[in-house]
Design a protein around this ligand. Structure first.
Ligand SMILES: [Fe+2]
Length: 119
């Protein structure tokens, strides 16, 4: 499935998903002097019911802005913070087309992915 800008997809029966997009760049926060957000993708995920919504962001490994970003730094649990950063996975690359990253999301339970509502 190829999506640009915004899109949606369903997971398969095992909860897997895949999409292709352009890797975003960093952007400056308006009204803030020299404050930049690291490259990230916004996610709004739904479980089996509309009330099971998780809003979060996925980051890319190795981004030097990660250690300066106020949002990801607000996640106090180091494991939860690490869980927001995707893993580069060459097995997911599309030859001569795109790099592949793996990012697992947990919608509920003690290992649930950090959400923006939880801040
Ligand atoms: Fe953003």
């Amino acid at each position: 499935m190829c999506i640009r800008d915004r899109g949606r997809c369903l997971t398969d029966d095992e909860g897997r998903y895949r999409f292709t997009t352009i890797r975003p760049g960093a952007y400056p926060l308006a009204g803030r002097h020299n404050v930049w957000r690291p490259a990230h993708l916004h996610f709004s995920l739904f479980g089996t019911a509309f009330t099971q919504r998780l809003v979060t962001q996925m980051y890319f490994p190795g981004d030097p802005l990660l250690e300066h970003d106020e949002i990801i730094r607000s996640v106090r649990d180091p494991d939860a913070r690490r869980a927001l950063i995707a893993t580069y996975d060459p097995a997911e690359n599309a030859s001569e087309w795109s790099l592949g990253y793996r990012w697992d999301v947990v919608l509920d339970g003690p290992d649930a992915t950090w959400t923006e509502e939880g801040r």
